[in-house]
Design a protein around this ligand. Structure first.
Ligand code: ZN
Length: 364
């Protein structure tokens, strides 16, 4: 059931900021050199050999509950026509299932005692479900304002749920589990880096699927963003397609955020700053920016788009009327399209894909 086969195409890691290369050993805290300079950055795996469109993935065989291959839906609304890459169709209702598949597979391949994640939402439910399916111990560390229904779903998998008072305490506790032989699925350093780099590789498939399902290269993708695992994975996916000459240009990637974080950094603030603001858009909340999310936007000639809760609620209702039920944070991708068109950040006939990250039926 849980046969895992780690790819021998991966020969090491490379920092996505300073480009230093490292041998193939697990790296939780990003590039050691950039971290010691106070400017943390994620690393990415280095593959050898030729990319044939599908071989550059960490596993030939991974733990799976049937994630991925999500539908690309053509929708017509009063915001105009666009496509939805509906990640709400994944087994536990969010894009996180793609990452959980690879993270749990990594834990099995490298003989970890179990997995741990600091999460108050989709990532926790997803990881707990995949760990349970693979029969390995899982600890989800959350804050004590965790939604009760979500808590009951997580506990129903058999995972241990630990509650702390603050977000920062979650990261401290995660670190303790890591010392104890657990694989951390999420970041725990501040300033942060992205999640476990092998897990993020799963998001490359969002890019490849969009290209295949559309039958051509999309002009733009709109992606709800917190610490940028998804937008970076999608960027990497399109980069590989470009490198292999399947496409000529990486689509513009629009990072959608609930208040100005990436946009402030693009205007000159340090990416290691904290940007504190309360929001009910919980899945994309958080006070920090990562190097990976910034790079995905800059390198694709994209933009950061701010969406308010009211705009997200309107977009959620709009999509409900098309029969597609999205979590509020996920609906921000739809609201952003309205702004993108109004500000003429794309051409009139450009194909736009909103990556809708999670289902309204997940109790966040
Ligand atoms: Zn570095």
């Amino acid at each position: 059931m849980n046969q895992v086969n780690f790819s021998d195409e991966i020969i090491g890691y490379q920092c996505i900021k300073c480009k230093r290369e490292y041998p193939l050993e697990d790296m939780y805290e990003g590039c050691p050199r950039c971290k010691s300079n106070g400017k943390p950055s994620s690393v990415k795996p280095i593959y050898q050999g030729f990319f044939n469109g599908e071989n550059w993935l960490p596993f030939q065989m991974a733990v799976s509950l049937g994630e991925g291959s999500t539908p690309l839906l053509d929708v017509a609304t009063n915001h105009g026509n666009f496509y939805i890459k509906n990640e709400a169709s994944n087994p536990t209702g969010s894009h996180k299932d793609r990452m959980s598949s690879f993270t749990i597979s990594m834990a099995i391949a490298n003989g970890y005692r179990g997995v741990v994640a600091a999460s108050s939402g989709n990532a926790g439910l997803s990881l707990a479900s995949y760990a349970s399916y693979a029969n390995i111990p899982c600890v989800i560390i959350s804050t004590d304002n965790l939604n009760e229904q979500l808590a009951s779903y997580i506990k129903s998998t058999g995972a241990e749920l630990v509650l702390t008072k603050t977000s920062l305490e979650r990261w401290e506790l995660t670190k303790e589990y890591v010392k104890d032989g657990f694989l951390s699925a999420t970041n725990y350093i501040d300033p942060p880096v992205g999640s476990q780099p092998i897990g993020i590789q799963a998001y490359k498939l969002v890019a490849r699927e969009c290209y295949g399902q559309l039958g051509s290269n999309p002009n733009a993708l709109v992606i709800p963003t917190s610490r940028g695992d998804l937008i970076w994975g999608i960027y990497e996916g399109f980069s590989e397609l470009k490198q292999a000459k399947f496409i000529e240009k990486i689509p513009k990637l629009f990072a959608v955020e609930p208040f100005e974080r990436i946009s402030k950094v693009l205007d000159g603030e340090k990416y290691t700053n904290h940007f504190n603001q309360n929001t009910n858009l919980k899945s994309i909340a958080g006070a920090t920016v990562t190097w990976q999310s910034l790079q995905a936007v800059i390198e694709s000639n994209g933009y950061a788009i701010n969406v308010t809760e009211e705009e997200a609620l309107d977009a959620q209702a709009l999509m409900g009327r098309t029969g597609i039920h999205l979590e509020l944070s996920s609906s921000t991708a739809i609201a952003a399209i309205k702004q993108i068109r109004k500000d003429k950040l794309v051409e009139g006939n450009d194909s736009i894909i909103a990556v809708t990250t999670s289902s309204r039926f997940t109790p966040i």
